[in-house]
Design a binder for this molecule. Structure first.
Ligand SMILES: NC(=O)c1ccc[n+]([C@@H]2O[C@H](COP(=O)([O-])OP(=O)(O)OC[C@H]3O[C@@H](n4cnc5c(N)ncnc54)[C@H](OP(=O)(O)O)[C@@H]3O)[C@@H](O)[C@H]2O)c1
Length: 354
């Protein structure tokens, strides 16, 4: 058993400012466990955090440094005296906002977010409260499972978050995914396992081909076909997309309104093409929402009960998360540079220990 923790620290000054530091391993408190972290997956948010750009949540009041990243899979190596949920050797997954247990997120719960405001998981060991973890699905490697907490839970919430807990749907629905990053590819796997029909956009024909190998029914290159919203209407015979995982933001939102089905759901998730400006010449999206009876719903990940629901579903359907590239713990900066370049398909994972 190691006697020290290796961990990365960011001062919000970009990739090159990341520093690896060593500290001693603490003992878990009565309701805590010590976890040896085996794999960490990267999210768009982690890049924003280390660049000092994650500033749109009012609840966030960051200090001067942070251990980045929130998504890990690892093994319990010691437990506090009152811990009943876990034992040494259990494989466990982090939850992004541990205090968000069920229902609607609150500003207070958001403060428990890993990798801001709470220390993150880009480390060899970390202490967790026992109720801040869920079981790692048996069929998945640590690397695969580490991709679930943010990307897959968020996609799951888009697909099922407005349905009653435990009553998954999606059969026959048209699901639109934007780009081929972590959320979209997780959404592709979950939507196809639910029996939905998937339309995906990408800037790369090669990535579209890979998405089709994973089951996407339709793919459109948004660079070659800037009116991809018309493509969506064409392939759905004028129906439009029932659920849109709106990850694009400024360049995609008005197009999403134009290709949503009547009564459809635009699940407002992200802004890979930029944040939406409130003023200027933006189309009047609220009028479009009213006239087509749409709901535009924002999301910050999802609660623990939905995570467990999604993990059970992934286990049942033998879903194997898509890992684009793995990096060693010493190669964290290369991993972030790779992410910044945007050539990834699915998830990027740091192998912290084998
Ligand atoms: N609200 C939440 O709880 C939540 C949770 C997770 C993520 N997010 C947000 O969702 C977004 C996606 O996150 P992620 O982790 O999946 O990111 P990611 O893995 O870094 O995905 C990046 C991908 O976005 C695509 N993209 C870039 N510009 C685009 C455009 N104009 N139109 C369509 N796609 C475009 C690209 O796909 P191609 O290379 O195929 O073109 C790129 O590979 C981010 O803004 C993130 O902050 C929010």
């Amino acid at each position: 058993m190691a006697t020290s923790i290796q961990q990365y620290v960011s001062h919000f000054d970009g990739i090159e400012g990341l520093k690896k530091v060593e500290t001693s391993i603490p003992s878990p408190g009565p309701y805590e466990v010590l976890v040896q972290i085996r794999a960490v997956s990267l999210n768009y948010r982690d890049m924003e955090v280390i660049n000092g750009e994650y500033n749109h949540h009012k609840a966030v009041n960051q200090g001067s440094e942070i251990i980045p990243c929130s998504d890990m899979s690892g093994v319990v190596t010691s437990v506090g005296g009152n811990v009943s949920k876990w034992k040494v050797g259990d494989r466990v997954l982090s939850t992004f906002v541990p205090d968000h247990k069920t229902g609607q997120l609150t500003q207070e719960a958001l403060r428990s977010g890993l990798g801001l405001l709470e220390p993150g998981v880009l480390a060899t060991y970390r202490i967790f409260k026992e109720d801040a973890l869920i079981k790692t699905p048996d069929r998945m490697s640590h690397e695969e499972a580490s991709t679930l907490p943010i990307a897959s839970v968020t996609a799951w919430m888009a697909l099922n978050g407005l349905r009653p807990l435990g009553q998954n749907g999606g059969k026959g629905e048209y699901i639109l995914l934007q780009g081929t990053g972590g959320v979209s590819i997780s959404g592709l796997l979950l939507a196809k396992a639910s029996g939905a029909k998937v339309i995906i956009t990408s800037s790369s024909n090669e990535k579209l081909a890979r998405a089709k190998e994973l089951g996407a029914d339709f793919g459109v290159n948004y660079k070659e076909r800037p009116d991809w919203e018309n493509y969506v209407m064409e392939v759905t015979y004028g129906h439009g997309a029932d659920i849109i995982l709106e990850t694009g933001g400024s360049e995609t939102l008005s197009k999403s309104f134009a290709c949503a089905a009547y009564g459809g759901l635009i699940y407002c998730i992200g802004y890979t093409s930029g944040k939406i400006q409130a003023a200027g010449d933006q189309p009047n999206v609220n009028v479009m929402a009213i006239s087509r009876c749409l709901t535009l719903k924002g999301v910050v990940n999802g609660p623990t009960d939905r995570f467990e629901e999604m993990a059970r579903f992934a286990e049942k359907h033998q879903i194997r998360p898509v890992i684009c590239k793995m990096f060693k713990f010493e190669e964290v900066k290369e991993a972030f540079r790779y992410m910044r370049a945007g050539s990834h398909f699915g998830k990027i994972v740091i192998q912290v220990a084998q």
